[in-house]
Structure formats: structure tokens, C-alpha cells
Design a protein around this ligand. Sequence first.
Ligand SMILES: [Zn+2]
Length: 70
Amino acid sequence: MTCEAVVLEAFGEPLRPKEIEVPELGEGQVLVMLEASGVCGSDVHMADGEDPRVPLPIILGHEGVGRAVR
Ligand SMILES: [Zn+2]
């Protein structure tokens, strides 16, 4: 199964929509169909490359709202 995500591939560059593979769920994990996601200040700092711990590529956003589908 795939889904659409907006991905940061390089610091300081625009986010790009991509079709990505949904990983298999592990024990105790839930698949959530996001309906909205906020962009907070830490996302902006990560996109600008101000946190060297951020691995690339990355899907930003950690303030999501959605439905558990599996
Ligand atoms: Zn935040």
C-alpha cells in the first residue's frame, strides 16, 4: 500500500509531494489516516537545517489529527 506524503529531501528546499510505501505495522502500532496537520516552529527550524540531528528525507509534522484505520 502506498500513500501521498509531502517530503523534505534537502534543507532549505521546498517540500515535495511523493508517493511513498506505507510500512508494515509492528506490534502495538496503529495506522492513522491524517485529515489535518499543523506546522509548528520546530518543523520550520528542521526544514531550514538548524537541527543537525534531523535525518533526510523526512516527513515533517507532528501535530496531526486523523482516524485510526488499522
Ligand atoms: Zn511542535
